[in-house]
Design a protein around this ligand. Structure first.
Ligand code: AMP
Length: 567
């Protein structure tokens, strides 16, 4: 194992890293630092976040800049203000024993006046987010004339957030740039393009496994008719009670109208679009950031550069025209090690476009059934009950009141109290969803396709068609069971599975192909899987007895003595 001394780092920097407890360089540091110190012009470092990338470029930068010259020499561009502040903090720690070196952070959402003042003090290293940096360039408040080194950190995130043009603008506005160092966790085609255009024979280093697609995002879609789009959106929101998300529309008008409609119906939402003043925009963003707004509805242009931590869902109310925009939208979730969900509401006519997005995005998209009214009510009910159970009752004056209440409630059972509490909360939902319709766009069966219209189709017909679609979804029709066998498993929707995620789970566990499966029938607690006879044992071996969320999985042949589904 090598040391920082062996990498050729300045002794003052080693003293600082020693104090920080860095004993040995991490893999990316070990590989990048000698290259960056050797005078190599352009460099690409592929490594995940948390692998020590900041020191991998921070230490060489501090080593090579001229501390005596008090003008900006190095520029680090990164996607978010949090990262910007973190990089500056680390560089400050590294340069503890180097006098005369200054570093400044430049990011949006903070006083531009103060940042301009800091820049005027004479700094050598600027760490910036693209939006604010461009603002400063346009105000001629920043001098990039003598920038020799440009570091693009988390380049894939920056492109995901729609900063491609900004990055190119910045690269074009650094006329004395000698070296460009690009760090990224993934290597999508867009980054290759940027590197080809602005870098010369870059040395490339890869640490760990690099993906081209962001695997922390689950891409899901629902197919409905054009006139059911709004209702479907509401179902999705209602089915995800803890949602903290951004909804994308194509036009300002849609964003505004949907926001107003949902607000009237009691949802916690506001719109972000180009017609807002900067002040209104800041207000909406502030509320969304501190979570006093649960949902934000935005157009692509207005949402450019939005950087909010912890977004659980991105919803495409309408699909974008451009595949790249889909990537930018979905990239708002599933960040910083979190899992995220990107949901698209798709209309039958848009399926071709959707397939194109799926192919280019290089991810598997999961088709899900739009939840029924009953599904929504059940989900809301349990969410509410979970909230009720986790309420902190340790403070407040409850102890004083409880004896009085005990008398009042003497005749009422615990179950009745729960029902009453639920009724207070759920009457609105239950009433609303009482006779709610199936919003899924179902293929018509041949028999139904005659003169009966969509609306006139009976419940029986819908269910039959639904069952056929489930077969198709699982890859093929079982054709009545011929070479198939049926497996029982004690996992169901209560375990947090949707059909698509369940399918993925059993395929991942068993290493089998989707084609081996027939119909999948999921209930709350259990599921039944049709599978080719020859593959059944492999599936059972891979799942039976394994753990899922701490619970033992039980899987067996459904038709030979295992638990049977009540019909
Ligand atoms: P980064 O990927 O730059 O965000 O770094 C992730 C974390 O690893 C930070 O908390 C760093 O302080 C820490 N770190 C970076 N390099 C080293 C090292 N060589 N030894 C120990 N910790 C390190």
């Amino acid at each position: 194992m090598t040391t920082f001394e062996a990498l050729g780092i300045d002794a003052r920097l080693i003293q600082a890293t020693d104090e920080l407890g860095y004993v040995n360089p991490t893999a990316i540091q070990e590989q990048a630092i000698p290259i960056l110190l050797s005078g190599t012009k352009d460099f690409i470092g592929l490594a995940q976040t948390g692998t020590g990338k900041t020191a991998a470029f921070g230490l060489p930068l501090l080593h090579i800049i001229d501390a005596a010259a008090r003008h900006p020499q190095a520029l680090v561009v990164c996607p978010t203000r949090e990262l910007c502040m973190q990089i500056v903090k680390e560089i400050e720690l590294f340069k503890k024993y180097m006098s005369g070196v200054s570093v400044v952070a430049v990011y949006g959402g903070a006083s531009i006046g103060l940042q301009i003042r800091d820049l005027k003090r004479g700094v050598q290293i600027i760490v910036a987010t693209p939006g604010r940096l461009i603002d400063l360039i346009e105000r001629k408040a920043i001098n990039l004339e003598q920038i020799k080194y440009v570091v693009l950190d988390e380049a894939d995130e920056m492109l995901n957030m729609g900063f491609q043009d900004d990055i190119e603008f910045i690269l074009k506005n650094t006329p004395a740039r000698e070296s460009t160092w690009l760090f990224s966790a993934t290597m999508p085609a867009e980054i290759r393009k940027v590197s080809k255009k602005y870098m010369k024979d870059p040395k490339e280093v890869t640490v760990g496994k690099i993906n081209t697609a962001n695997k922390s995002i689950d891409h899901q879609y629902y197919v409905t008719t054009a006139q059911h789009r709004y209702e479907t959106l509401k179902r999705i929101i209602d089915f995800n009670p803890g949602i903290y998300g951004i909804i994308f529309t194509r036009t300002k008008l849609d964003a505004q109208e949907i926001s107003e409609r949902l607000t009237r119906e009691g949802y916690d939402i506001d719109a972000l679009h180009g017609d807002l003043t900067q002040q209104q925009r800041d207000k909406v963003m502030g509320q969304f950031r501190d979570k006093s707004l649960q949902l934000l509805i935005a157009t692509d242009v207005a949402a450019r550069g939005i950087d909010v931590v912890g977004i659980t869902h991105v919803i495409n109310y309408e699909l974008p025209d451009d595949v790249e925009i889909y990537t930018h939208r979905s990239g708002r979730t599933g960040r910083a090690g979190n899992q995220g969900i990107c949901i698209s509401i798709v209309h039958a006519k848009e399926m071709y476009k959707f397939k194109q997005i799926e192919r280019i995005n290089n991810s598997q998209f999961h088709k899900l059934d739009i939840p029924s009214g009953k599904d929504v009510c059940r989900k809301q009910f349990f969410h509410f009950m979970d909230k009720l159970l986790s309420m902190d009752i340790s403070h407040g004056d409850y102890e004083t009141y409880v004896p009085m209440l005990a008398e009042k409630f003497a005749e009422v059972s615990k179950e009745d109290v729960l029902k009453r509490v639920a009724a207070m909360e759920f009457d609105r939902f239950l009433k609303y969803y009482e006779n709610s319709e199936d919003l899924n766009l179902r293929e018509r069966s041949r028999k139904d396709a005659g003169d009966r219209g969509e609306a006139g189709r009976g419940r029986e017909g819908r269910e039959r068609i639904g069952a056929r679609e489930r077969n198709e979804y699982a890859g093929r029709s079982s054709g009545g069971g011929g070479g198939y066998t049926r497996l029982f498993v004690n996992l169901g929707t209560k375990d947090g599975f949707f059909k698509a995620s369940f399918l993925q789970f059993i395929l991942d566990m068993s290493d089998l192909k989707k084609e081996a499966l027939g119909k999948i029938d999921m209930k709350d607690m259990n599921s039944w899987i049709e599978i080719e006879r020859g593959a059944a044992q492999q599936m059972i071996r891979s799942l039976d007895g394994k753990k899922y969320k701490g619970r033992s999985i039980r899987m067996n042949d459904a038709d030979s003595g295992g638990p049977r589904r009540a019909v």
